[in-house]
Design a protein around this ligand. Structure first.
Ligand SMILES: Nc1ncnc2c1ncn2[C@@H]1O[C@H](COP(=O)(O)OP(=O)(O)OP(=O)(O)O)[C@@H](O)[C@H]1O
Ligand SMILES: [Mg+2]
Length: 285
């Protein structure tokens, strides 16, 4: 936001920012009967010192879909992801995963819950000292008592899924950015997660690699089902694979809904952001 706004403009901008924010949690009645929410964020507040990052965020993720959360850089997308898996806790508000409150969980329940999540971190987050095969095998060795033969079958299958059949013996440092992401994706899938989260899977990839990674994400979702949540600032990614889209700005989800509804939105911020327009509430702030 520039500092040259008149008080009237300021008021309009604030009104735009507030327009269509969800007031409180969404209810089931807002979706078709039979749908339900996999994750519900209820009025989440999170500050670091005086820096308020999440400011009353309400958001629900429909079960079984690919949901994309879009937001400008530095708005708190990674902070939001950390709340969903209990790596950060809200100052106020609640995060409910499959009906269970994450901040209320005991440590053992939290660990159990995290096992049902697959996560692809922003940079792939592979262990640099292990080859690709061992990286993918790691969660199975850590969290299950499967034999090495069983593990081998699962690891080979996931490496084949992501097109890395021949890369098992390579070290992460020898892989391209796109291959590292695919290896991270194979590892995220290996425990057959109910929910898979992707923190900016497209960061650092060229548009064609991003397109191919999105195709792969979509193919895996069609094959194995589950709830996928993908965080990005890339509109093309949201358009390509988002079935449900939420737009994050100033610590809240400004609007969320089915993709077509969102790309047709009349909300000034959502319109500006999704259509990449210069004029609108979002400035160089
Ligand atoms: N552990 C922390 N302690 C203090 N401040 C933090 C912490 N984690 C995040 N922040 C602050 O919260 C804000 C949002 O950070 P976050 O990483 O969630 O942004 P983002 O939307 O993921 O951005 P990007 O698009 O660059 O990945 C930043 O200003 C960051 O400095
Ligand atoms: Mg981030």
């Amino acid at each position: 936001m520039t500092s040259t706004e008149t008080p009237e403009e300021r008021k309009l901008l604030d009104a735009a920012a507030d327009f269509e924010h969800h007031e409180g949690p969404l209810t089931f009645s807002e979706r078709d009967p039979g749908d339900f929410w996999s994750i519900e964020c209820v009025n989440i507040h999170k500050s670091f010192g005086r820096n308020a990052i999440l400011r009353g965020l309400d958001f629900c993720v429909p079960e079984g879909t690919i949901t994309v959360v879009l937001g400008p850089s530095g708005t708190g997308k990674s902070v939001l992801i950390k709340h969903l898996i209990g790596l950060m806790f809200p100052d106020r508000g609640d995060v409910i995963v499959h009906g269970q409150s994450v901040p209320d969980m005991l440590q053992a329940d939290l660990l159990e819950m995290r096992r049902r999540f697959g996560i692809l971190f922003q940079d792939g987050a592979l262990f640099g000292s292990m080859n690709v095969y061992d990286n993918v095998a790691f969660p199975l060795r850590q969290h299950t008592d499967k034999s090495e033969d069983e593990i081998d079958a699962l690891v080979q299958a996931r490496l084949a899924d992501v097109g890395l059949t021949t890369a098992g013996t390579r070290m992460p440092g020898e892989l391209s950015g796109g291959m590292r992401k695919r290896a991270g994706f194979a590892r995220a899938l290996v425990m057959e997660p109910e929910i898979v989260m992707f923190d900016e899977p497209d960061s650092g990839l060229d548009p064609v690699r991003t397109l191919l990674l999105c195709d792969l994400i979509q193919a895996m979702h069609s094959l194995y089902g589950g709830t996928y949540i993908l965080i990005t600032h890339d509109i093309a990614t949201a358009r390509q694979i988002g079935q449900y889209v939420g737009v994050l700005w100033r610590g809240r989800i400004v609007q969320s809904g089915d993709r077509d509804e969102m790309f047709d939105s009349s909300n000034p911020f959502v319109r500006q952001f999704l259509n990449r327009e210069r004029g609108g509430p979002l400035g160089m702030e």
